[in-house]
Ligand binder design. Structure first.
Ligand code: NAG
Ligand code: NAG
Length: 484
């Protein structure tokens, strides 16, 4: 019970707004009525029915239902539970104030100037690197988990990512974990890392309100992101060179400031930008040029960051429209039925496999694995894929990036160096040490428990105290020290 309530209250709908060139929707969404879009793009209440709303896409309205039992709130622009605050019906539209164009804005894709391995773009974002044809392109599946691995969710990963599940070259399948600090057990992080999975970062605090992130300063991004990378190194023995990517908390990207940190501190990629639902999904691209999709969060970078890759989050949909659309697989709405969830995964996989073979990035929150229905569905999905498709690979973000830098056909991929079985890493420990440490974030003092394989810190590691020492250390202190 608790599981599904938590799931639905965490529900986020991502509404569809995209260029006409890339977005087509089935006829069943189209309205016969005479609704006039107040703005060219966006979602608007259906004046006659609180359970429905219109999605405007280039001034064309699509009549869309909220999944039962939800209602459309025109202030929040979301489907929500009925409550006394519910804003049924249209609220007046405010027109955004026009802003002056940025003279340093990134230009649109120029395919003749953008060359692999360090630059990749296409006008609509759907082209395959290396001009391969879909039939010969290996289909990559990137299983990614966002959230803190710990005792509540740690065990099912062993089942799902079992070493006996093999890619077409005989190497075990791998996944990517975007790890925030709070509630993370570094025992489990080190275990996953030891098994060859990729560890990437979120932030130390993942703090709320969510709107903190789009306006965070460069210094705040450095302390949060680079600090997280250092914490992973100190407490989970993750090599600094192996942490290559990040994902913003709540997908609230910090625009150019966030990208500056990625660029300046030696990360290679971001995966925070949600893209609208499209019939043909997007390939990852580099930030040499302007991103090729509508920016759902409205806080995408606008300047050029050469050589930094983006793995955009393609929107998922349910085939019968009742589950809505989502950019985390757990945020669409399902009945407690593994078959329905399994069908949903296959349906979305097929949008990639049957069109341009863009990497199928499967975005899960770690909570996915605390729900037996969902674990069962994913388990059967992985088996089905490995048994059915000889040209599908479960790889990490870094492995996908390596392939995109030097694209090759499915046949050649079997001997691709970048997809060979990873070097053995130190396996961590069998029994974690549980540290009881003081946590002081300035406003409160509490006792926290922290699982590690190595030594316990003196304090709970936190922002401005990434080593968990008495005196505290910032990223800024460490960087200055190393350059003296
Ligand atoms: C992995 O699969 C093997 C063979 O099916 C099984 O014996 C083992 O218990 C599995 N490991 C985990 C951690 O589930
Ligand atoms: C940490 O990782 C290094 C390799 O990067 C390894 O040599 C060392 O033994 C590991 N230390 C622990 C305590 O696991």
């Amino acid at each position: 019970m608790l599981g599904i309530r938590g799931l639905i209250s965490g529900l986020v709908f991502v509404f569809i707004a995209s260029s006409e060139a890339t977005f087509k929707t089935s006829e069943k969404f189209k309205t016969k009525g005479k609704f006039e879009c107040p703005l060219e793009y966006g979602v608007f209440a259906n004046p006659g029915n609180c359970r429905r709303f219109y999605t405007c896409n280039g001034n064309v309205p699509y009549d869309t239902p909220c999944p039962a039992p939800l209602y459309f709130d025109d202030t929040k622009k979301l489907c929500v539970y009925k409550s006394k605050d519910l804003q049924c019906g249209p609220v007046p539209v405010t027109t955004p104030v026009p802003t002056t164009p940025d003279p340093n804005a990134a230009p649109s894709c120029n395919p003749s100037a953008c060359r692999l391995p360090d630059c990749f773009c296409s006008e609509d974002g759907t082209q395959i690197p290396g001009n391969l044809v879909p039939k010969e392109t290996p289909q990559m599946i990137l299983i990614t988990f966002s959230g803190a691995p710990n005792v509540l969710n740690g065990e099912p990963f062993g089942l799902l990512l079992n070493e006996s599940r093999l890619n077409p070259n005989g190497c075990p399948i791998k996944a990517t974990f975007f790890v925030p600090h709070e509630y993370a057990s570094y025992y489990y992080v080190q275990k996953l890392y030891g098994q060859g999975h990729e560890i990437a970062v979120q932030t130390i605090t993942n703090r709320q309100p969510e709107d903190f992130w789009p306006t965070a300063t460069s210094e705040e991004w450095v302390e949060e992101v680079v600090g997280m990378k250092e914490i992973l190194h100190v407490f989970a023995n993750v090599s600094r060179e192996e942490v290559a990517g990040m994902r913003a908390p709540f997908l609230k990207a910090g625009g150019n400031k966030m990208l500056e940190v990625i660029y300046d501190y030696g990360l290679d990629y971001d995966s925070s930008l949600a893209a609208p639902l499209s019939e043909v999904p997007l390939w990852p691209y580099t930030f040499d040029y302007h991103h090729p999709h509508k920016c759902i969060s409205k806080t995408c970078p606008t300047r050029s960051f050469p050589g930094i890759w983006e793995f955009p989050l393609n929107t998922y949909s349910t085939d019968d429209e009742t589950g809505g659309t989502c950019v985390f697989l757990d945020q669409c709405v399902f009945p407690e039925d593994p078959e329905v969830v399994y069908d949903f995964l296959v349906y979305n996989f097929y949008r990639h496999y049957a069109t341009n073979r863009a990497p199928f990035v499967m975005n899960f929150h770690v909570n996915w694995v605390t729900d037996d229905t969902k674990v069962a569905a994913l388990d059967v999905f992985i088996d089905h894929i490995l048994e059915t498709y000889p040209d599908v690979w479960f790889v990490t973000m870094q492995q996908a990036m390596q392939w995109m830098r030097s694209p090759m056909t499915s046949d050649l991929a079997k001997s691709f160096e970048g997809w060979k079985c990873p070097r053995t890493r130190s396996p961590g420990c069998n029994i974690p040490r549980t540290c009881r440490v003081k946590f002081n974030d300035g406003s409160r003092t509490q006792i926290r428990y922290l699982q590690v394989c190595g030594k316990c810190p003196e304090m709970y590691p936190w922002l401005h105290n990434i080593r968990g020492t008495k005196e505290g250390k910032r990223v800024k202190d460490l960087v200055q020290k190393s350059t003296v």
